[in-house]
Structure formats: C-alpha cells, structure tokens
Design a protein around this ligand. Structure first.
Ligand SMILES: [Zn+2]
Length: 211
C-alpha cells in the first residue's frame, strides 16, 4: 500500500501537519512526499525548505522522493515540476467537455450558500464550502482569470476509510456529508481565483466541490 504526505509550502509546518504525519507514517504504507505548490501566489521557497528541514528533524523519512531530492532541484514530487502532467489531464477533461469556467469569488459562493441551508451540516470547524454550480451553464470562456471547474455526474463513491470505516459520498451533491475533490487545480499569479478544482486543509480559502 502507498500513501502520501502532501504539505503546501504556503506557511510553516504546523501541529495539524504533524498530526497528519503521525497517521501517515504509522499506517505502515509506503510514504510518498508531495509538495503541493500549485498556489503560486502564496507558496514560497523558504517555506518549502523549512518544511523539509522540519520533516527531517522530526524523523519522518519518505520512501519516495526523499527530502534531499527536493533540495537537489527539479523533483517529480513537486507539483510545479510536473505541470505537463496536469496540463495533459486538463486537456483530456477539456476535450471531453468536462470543464467549465467560473467567475465566482469565494465570498460570492458563501453568500449564496449559508451553512444554515444545508441539512445535517457539519460543525463549522469541519464544514467545507460547497459550490452551487452557479456558472455551470453560463458558458464563460476557459481563460486565465476564471476558475476552471469539473462537470461531474451524480453518482455515489464508496470507499473504506481506515479511521472511519466504510464511507459513501456523492461528489456532485452540494450537501454531501464529507469532502471529495477533483484535484486538478492550481492558481495562476494575477488570476482572480483561478482555482481549477478544489481546496484542502492546506489551502482553506478556496472552494472545493464541483459539478
Ligand atoms: Zn461560479
């Protein structure tokens, strides 16, 4: 089995990362280290360096992409060094008609999606902003300055979470219980919120679920 630890170098390693690292390294799986530096406005090389140093100091050693591999320069564990792979995936989605542009800011999405509307909503500390497909049929241009979202069909995904047991989610449903994400995203410098996808714990400002 293989798992990954994937910090975003948008800040220093914090206790949440360390808790996550404990789960990851105690899973007995092979651990891949991935640096998620797709948010080019917020990521900084000094944060990446510090995260690598802290992982070494804490004794978390990846099986795939050692910390020294990142320090050596170009590394396949760093998302920005694999842009061609992501562009290829985007092109497949685009040619399938699966992408659409979104001009919404997070604030606008929040204003349309008060959590009080969502039945059985998660507590605020766990809640994740759901996108309401506002732009799905607006036919905005797939261009810089817009977010790019994935058109998803309804359907239930089932999996077994090692902590929580069997789970099922419909990623296309706005009020689904837990998070599921089409993570094909990155932000462009100067873009409005060019989020081609989603957020996670490391980048909580961006919206996630697309449909
Ligand atoms: Zn939108």
């Amino acid at each position: 089995m293989r798992t990954r630890f994937a910090p975003a170098p948008t800040g220093w390693l914090h206790l949440g990362h360390v808790l996550n690292a404990e789960y990851v390294w105690n899973s007995r799986a092979e651990v891949l280290l991935r640096v998620e530096d797709h948010d080019r406005e917020r990521c900084r090389p000094e944060y990446e360096s510090a995260i690598l140093d802290d992982l070494d100091w804490l004794g978390y050693r990846p099986d795939i992409f050692h910390t020294d591999a990142f320090r050596a320069g170009v590394c396949d564990g760093r998302q920005s060094d694999r842009e061609a792979v992501y562009r290829e995936a985007v092109e497949i989605l685009r040619s399938d008609g699966r992408l659409y542009a979104c001009g919404c800011t997070r604030r606008e999405i929040e204003s349309r999606s008060p959590s009080s509307e969502v039945p059985n909503a998660e507590p605020p500390e766990f809640a994740e902003l759901r996108y309401d497909a506002h732009c799905r049929d607006r036919r905005l241009p797939l261009a810089d300055g817009y977010g790019w979202r994935v058109r998803m069909d309804p359907g239930v995904e089932r999996f077994v979470d090692r902590q929580l047991g069997p789970q099922e989610q419909d990623p296309s449903v706005r009020a689904s219980i837990s998070s599921f994400a089409a993570r094909i995203s990155w932000r462009r410098p100067g873009g409005r919120s060019a989020s081609r996808g989603c957020s996670d714990a490391q980048s909580p400002r961006r919206s996630c679920i697309t449909r």
